[in-house]
Design a protein around this ligand. Structure first.
Ligand code: AVJ
Ligand code: FE
Length: 429
C-alpha cells in the first residue's frame, strides 16, 4: 500500500471510529454519561475523554511532536492510576468539555496526518500508531457498549436483528495433527501481543463447529450443573459459591433475559453470552469436553490445509464483509449458529469471528520472541496466569480490532463482556 493510500485509510478509519464513539455517547443524556452504571465500568464520559487523551499522547505529542493540548488532565485518564470503581469521584471533564477536547485533539491529528513522515520510525511505519489508536478507540467503544448493557432504564440503542441460520453448524470438526503458523509478523496494525509469527505443532483435535448455544447451555442449567461440584474446578466452585451464580448474567431464570434494556425469551440457537471462564470450564466438563487452547482456536481459524499456510481470517485473507461475520455492532446480539456459512473455515468451523468472544483454556502470555511495542502497559504487564485469553471478537467488536491473530484477555470471573465459548476435545487414541 502506498503512502497516500495509508493516509487515506487512516483518515477514513479515524472518522468511522469516531462516529461510533459519538453515537454511543450521544444516545444517553448528560446525567447518564457521568453516572457509573456498574463498579466494573467507567462512566461513559471517562471512556470518551480517555480515547482523546490516548490520541493526544501518541499522535499529537509523540508522532507529531506538537505541544500538549491538556497535559494537566493526563493523570485523570491514565487507566493505571485510578481503578474503574474510583473514576466517578475524579474531577473529570464534563460531557461538553470531553466532546470539545476529543474534537480539538482530532483536528490536530488530521492536520499532522497530512504532514508527518511515515518513514524512519517503527512507530509510524505503515501507519501503525494511527492504527493502534483506531483499535484503542474501537476497543473502548465495545467497552462502552458493554456499559450500555449494564445500564438500567428504557432502551436507547437500536439495530437490525441478526440474520437467520442458513446452514447446519452442529457437531465437531476434526483438525488433523501437524504444525501451523501462529501469530503474525506481517499484519501492519497487529499489536505487540500478536507478534511474532511462530510455528506451533499440535496433535489432532476436535472442535465444535459453532459456539455453545443458549439451548445447549440451558440443558446444563436444567441438569443441575450449577449445583454439582463435579463439573467445576476448585477456583471455579469457590467463585460460583461466593458470587451465587445460577446462570449466565442477564438471564432471569424463567427462559427470559434482558439485552440493552429489552426483556425477551432466550433465542435457543443463539450463542450463549455473558458467561465467565469458570462457567465455560464447568459446562465443557459436563459435556465431556474441554475448552480449546488458544493455539487450537487459532489453527481452526487460520490454517488452510490446501496450502499449509495460515490465513488472516477463517474465510481467507480478505477483510471482513457483512456476509462473513457478525461484527461492528450492526446487530445488537449474536446471530444464530449457522448464520454465516460464508465465514466458515476450510474445515467447516463456523462463526469463529464475530458473535461472541470465545474463552480459551490459555493464560495470557507473550509468544516466543515477544517484544513490548510501543509500551509495556499495552500487553506485557498483564502476562501471567491471572488472565485468560478470549478470541474471535463479538457482535460489538469492530473489524479494525478483530482478526485471526487478535488476542483479548480478562479475569476468569468476568462476564460483563460479550463472552461465550465453544468446546474442543482431544481425539481418542
Ligand atoms: C484488550 C480489551 C483487555 O480494555 O483493558 C484499552 C484494551 N487497552 N485500553 C482493555 C485496552 C488499553 C484492553 N483489552
Ligand atoms: Fe484504554
Amino acid at each position: 500500500m502506498g503512502d497516500l493510500d495509508v493516509r487515506a485509510l487512516v483518515a477514513a478509519e479515524l472518522d468511522r471510529t469516531r462516529r461510533r464513539s459519538t453515537a454511543l455517547t450521544d444516545a444517553v443524556d448528560d446525567d447518564d454519561l457521568v453516572r457509573q452504571h456498574s463498579p466494573l465500568m467507567s462512566p461513559l464520559v471517562w471512556d470518551l475523554a480517555h480515547v482523546g487523551n490516548q490520541e493526544e499522547l501518541w499522535l499529537v505529542r509523540d508522532v507529531g511532536g506538537r505541544e500538549p493540548v491538556r497535559q494537566d488532565i493526563d493523570h485523570l485518564y491514565d487507566a493505571f492510576k485510578h481503578p474503574r470503581k474510583d473514576r466517578p469521584q475524579l474531577p473529570l471533564l464534563g460531557p461538553a468539555e470531553a466532546r470539545a477536547y476529543t474534537r480539538t485533539v482530532r483536528d490536530k491529528v488530521l492536520d499532522l496526518l497530512d504532514r508527518v513522515s511515515l518513514e524512519g520510525r517503527p512507530l509510524v511505519e505503515r501507519g501503525f500508531a494511527f492504527g493502534m489508536i483506531v483499535q484503542h478507540e474501537q476497543q473502548h467503544d465495545e467497552t462502552m457498549l458493554a456499559t450500555h448493557q449494564l445500564r438500567v432504564g428504557p432502551p436507547v440503542l437500536t439495530a437490525a436483528p441478526p440474520p437467520p441460520a442458513t446452514a447446519a453448524a452442529g457437531g465437531e470438526a476434526l483438525i488433523p495433527a501437524g504444525s501451523f503458523t501462529m501469530g503474525t509478523s506481517a499484519e501492519p496494525w497487529a499489536l505487540d501481543n500478536e507478534r511474532p509469527a511462530h510455528t506451533v505443532d499440535l496433535p489432532a483435535y476436535l472442535i465444535d463447529r459453532a459456539p455453545v448455544t443458549n439451548a445447549r447451555y440451558q440443558e446444563f442449567v436444567d441438569a443441575g450443573g450449577y449445583d454439582d461440584q463435579r463439573w467445576w474446578s476448585a477456583d471455579g466452585w469457590a467463585h460460583r459459591q461466593r458470587a451465587g451464580l445460577t446462570g449466565p448474567m442477564h438471564w432471569h431464570g424463567d427462559g427470559t433475559y434482558t439485552r440493552f434494556g429489552r426483556r425477551a425469551p432466550l433465542v435457543p440457537d443463539e450463542p450463549v453470552v455473558h458467561v465467565c471462564w469458570y462457567e465455560a470450564e464447568a459446562f465443557a466438563a459436563w459435556a465431556g469436553k474441554r475448552l480449546p487452547t488458544e493455539a487450537e482456536w487459532e489453527k481452526a481459524a487460520r490454517f488452510d490445509p490446501a496450502t499449509g499456510r495460515s490465513r488472516r481470517y477463517p474465510w481467507g485473507d480478505e477483510d471482513p464483509e457483512e456476509r462473513h461475520a457478525n461484527l461492528g455492532q450492526r446487530h445488537l446480539s449474536p446471530a444464530p449458529a449457522g448464520a454465516y456459512p460464508e465465514g466458515a473455515s476450510p474445515a467447516g468451523v463456523h462463526q469463529l469471528i464475530g458473535d461472541v468472544w470465545e474463552w480459551t483454556a490459555s493464560d495470557f502470555r507473550g509468544y516466543p520472541g515477544f517484544a513490548p511495542f510501543p509500551y509495556r502497559e499495552y500487553s506485557e504487564v498483564f502476562f501471567g496466569p491471572e488472565y485468560k485469553v478470549l478470541r474471535g471478537g463479538s457482535f460489538g467488536t469492530d473489524k479494525a480490532a478483530c482478526r485471526g491473530t487478535f488476542r483479548n484477555w480478562d479475569y476468569p470471573i468476568r462476564r460483563q463482556i460479550f463472552s461465550g465459548f465453544r468446546c474442543a476435545r482431544t481425539v481418542p487414541a
